[in-house]
Design a protein around this ligand. Sequence first.
Ligand SMILES: [Zn+2]
Length: 433
Amino acid sequence: MKTFWFMLLSGKSSFSLNVSCDNEDDLPELVVELLKCFGGYFVPITHEFKIDVFIRNTQKLRAKVVEYVERYKDNCPQVNKYNDFLNKLKDGDFFCLLTDCKSIGQKEQFEIDAKLFALNNPYIEPEVALEHVNELFGDFFYKYSIVSIHPGKKIKVGEPLKSKRICRFCKGSESSGVFFKHEAHAISESLGNKNIILNEECDTCNRDFSKTIEMDVDLWFKMHTAFFKVKTKGNKVPVIKGKNFSFRVNSFNDDSDFILTHSPDDLSVGDAFPKELSLEFNQGIVIQNVYKAFVKFSMSVISSSKIHLFEKTIEWLKGEGFVDALPLIAVLSTYDNFTKIPELYVYLRNDDDNNFPLAFGEFHYTHLRYVFIIPVFCFSEKEFIEKNEYNTFWRFLKHYEKYDNWSFQDFSNKERTQFVINMKLEVNSDVHQ
Ligand SMILES: [Zn+2]
């Protein structure tokens, strides 16, 4: 069987597919047939076949691809993916096609995403934008290596053989009496992660984390999980029952999506339209545990060989204790690359330059992004709590500058406080008929 691999990438999704046939001689023709749908052409004099790497999604292109899919879908249902891929893009948006390629490295993926961003923002001259992007990422990738977790694929991190596993968090092994009977999710299942599994987390640590930091991070995102109908354990969207409210997806077949029931303290208000609602949850929350959870997720996806750099970090994660201050976390709300499955990127410094953190992470969930420094509690590294230290780090991340609505929030609070969501409700007096 002869096979030709290629990849399609957009800022939103990527996949690789192949064209294959039994007879080697038939392969070029089949490949050309497909690539012509994506704008490939023969140069008249040289008869060389050419195709652009960055291609615009036009109606004409989509029509050709639909025709191609119709021709082959019965024999090869995977070709439907071409239509799905293009339908997720806006008309006129660019995507990337890499020929003779089955997969690419994280750095290349990042660079392609960046180039696509530049191409898809026509208010910037493409050449200028590309140069700019190269400048931005050149330094960045020199300094940091990236571990990125693509939630679409099943990944098991760490040692597959149970008898050889050492728990990343307590250093226990089967011979020292811990078990690895349960599958440990690297990122909480309550946030919709089903695919990323950490082999090197023992049952005891798994249980301990689920009762502490994972409970708090679950609560922190609860409203988002329910509102965006994220499917969690058992493929169910959570129903929230708080002290004075409940929130659930409406299962009745009428026009509304959700039902919010509120029990006011003061019943005398009757049916009057409330101006404000305070939705009180049953449990309290320790905000520092949300920070710990981001770091715990990060510790769960880096390679085993790097874990020794974070010994003190893991002590902090595992212990009941908290620290007094942590660096700020940068928070962004954007619907670019909206995701119902958590995505995580961990950046590890390549050199000894302690003006920058040894590691930091980026966590994406629904429309929210969190950029957090992974604290190492080590004398040779800075803490990034002081404003100047933090600003040097933040200014280095020039590729974040494209968004101007970052906010910098303090997640150091170690006290358990009541978790309340305050809502303002307004009556729109402009009544449209
Ligand atoms: Zn353990």
